[in-house]
Ligand binder design. Structure first.
Ligand code: 5AD
Ligand code: SF4
Length: 481
């Protein structure tokens, strides 16, 4: 397929790195071709596939809301589809490899359907070299848009449909805040609520600050209005989202911080409030006090540590040291009885020595996390760490990775065992993937529980007696009151 490429904007990592102190613009959606696209899209089918973090999942919900508003209908039948959107993640190489595989698989479908729009969006295309490669390798893709362009989706699809050119619109911006975008949530009892976009931390290994722009908070009342509306609609759980929720409000002149936001939301009475992700650098005592005070703020904190060694933390640009982190954990555990702590850890940062890695193991021994995500360091082009020479072999990194997982599992299993015999409130999510007579859901502290039940349980909070524990899940039975 030969197609001309029309570049509206192309990403530029130097621009993506800029940070000013200006407040972000609060914008509402404006598309020239909304009505034109409505005529073309009515009854047409779309398919969307999302990779990556909750920010991407929330973007997917916005995209679905926008498409539904002009008449597109969602389908899982990829063979009969008029629009395919692949929403990508750039955080590690294996996330990108999955996307290459996915687009490769779509080649045939694309050939059979020349009128279709095949779009790639999300964090991956924010990287110029990756975008060059995609354009060269996958001529069948005819629309690329970035994380800042979702609000112009109607115009972009309209252009791709009517010009028969490959449209590229990815601008490396610090970013704005869009309010009032439509949204079709994936779930009618659990909701993600964005509170702050972007990241200013620039940890040296991480691509996210380049792909998602600067830290910019939504207005306090806009967020609370959304929570109020979700409560009215019967939602049982909300999760406040941000790359770093603790920075909430710092860029606004509203005099409200994350603790204030949590407190006001808790007072509204939604049964479960969660939040992710927290950076240890700006987690305040005031936040800990608010979490301790309200029963409906779940006693779980995801507190990425990344490494237990001070030299590595310094090279990572994390802005805290081991002692600061452990003191924070101590304060949290003292003020919030029964707190469940989870974390992210990277092994194999460039030149990490055995001793430095051992500091991560001893930190795990001290904190005794209730759950954890572990990663092998993946160099991201354009980040400072990717320029560091690295003399540690992949084999050594893999061995350390396994050692770390084994160590974490000791504590995760021990914690799981303490649940046996207790009664837990479980918000039921779905029929179990392995046994259709069982349902699966999460406790307040985010432990996965399977127990006998049917689809009438989905979306309900029920009492479950725990009868058995595994490292990553619990088995139980419903308690009839
Ligand atoms: N390599 C490996 N893991 C990474 N993360 C972010 N960037 C990288 C990278 N380049 C991990 C961090 C972060 C989580 C979301 O992903 O642990 O907290
Ligand atoms: Fe990446 Fe660090 Fe920002 Fe998290 S805080 S998104 S790891 S730069």
């Amino acid at each position: 397929m030969i197609m001309k490429t029309k570049i509206l904007h192309y990403p530029d990592l130097q621009k993506a790195k800029l940070r000013d102190s200006k407040s972000s613009n609060i914008l509402s959606i404006k598309n020239e071709h909304f009505d034109d696209l409505k005529k073309l899209a009515n009854g047409k089918k779309f398919y969307i596939k999302t990779y990556g973090c909750q920010a991407n999942v929330r973007d997917e919900e916005t995209i679905k809301g926008m498409l539904t508003q002009v008449g597109y209908e969602e389908t899982n039948d990829i063979k009969n589809v008029d629009l395919i959107i692949i929403n990508t993640c750039a955080v590690r190489e294996n996330a990108e490899d999955k996307v290459y595989g996915e687009i490769g698989n779509l080649k045939k479908i694309r050939k059979e359907n020349p009128d279709m729009v095949l779009a790639i969006c999300g964090c991956m295309v924010e990287q110029p070299e990756i975008l060059d490669f995609l354009i060269k390798t996958f001529p069948e893709v005819n629309l690329y848009f970035g994380t800042h362009e979702i609000s112009y989706l109607y115009d972009l699809i309209y252009l791709a449909l009517t010009t028969r050119e490959r449209i590229v619109n990815i601008e490396s911006k610090q970013g704005d805040v869009f309010e009032g975008l439509p949204s079709k949530r994936n779930n009618n009892y659990k909701a993600f609520v964005n509170i702050i976009y972007g990241c200013n931390k620039f940890c040296t290994y991480c691509i996210v600050p380049y792909t998602r722009g600067k830290e910019r908070s939504r207005r306090f009342n806009d967020i609370l209005d959304e929570v109020r509306e979700l409560k009215k609609q019967g939602y049982k759980e909300i999760t406040f989202l941000g790359q770093n929720v603790n920075a909430y409000g710092k860029d606004l002149n509203e005099n409200h911080d994350f603790a204030d936001l949590l407190e006001e939301a808790a007072k509204m009475g939604i049964p479960r409030i969660r939040f992710t992700t927290s950076h240890p650098w700006d987690f305040s005592s005031k936040m800990i006090d608010v979490i301790a005070k309200y029963d409906n703020i779940m006693k779980c904190i995801h507190l990425p540590v990344q490494s237990g060694n001070n030299q590595i933390l310094k090279l990572m640009g994390r802005r805290y040291d081991r002692e600061h982190y452990l003191n924070l954990v101590k304060e949290m555990r003292a003020k919030i009885p029964g707190l469940a702590l989870s974390t992210d850890i990277i092994v194999g940062f460039p030149n990490e020595t055995e001793e430095e890695f051992n500091d991560t193991l001893t930190l795990v021994d001290e904190v005794k996390y209730e759950s954890a995500f572990t990663f092998i360091y993946s160099p991201r082009r354009g980040t400072p760490a990717a320029k560091m020479e690295d003399n540690i072999s992949y084999k050594t990194k893999s061995e350390r990775f396994q050692k770390l997982v084994d160590r974490l599992e000791i504590y995760i299993s021990k914690d799981a065992e303490t649940y046996v015999g207790t009664i837990q409130n479980v918000l039921v999510d779905c029929i179990s993937k392995t046994d259709n007579k069982m349902v699966s859901g999460y406790t307040e502290k985010n432990k996965l529980v399977h127990f006998p039940g049917d689809e009438t349980f989905i979306g309900q909070i029920v009492k479950v007696k725990i009868t058995e524990s595994h490292t990553y899940s619990l088995i139980g039975e419903i308690v009839h009151e």
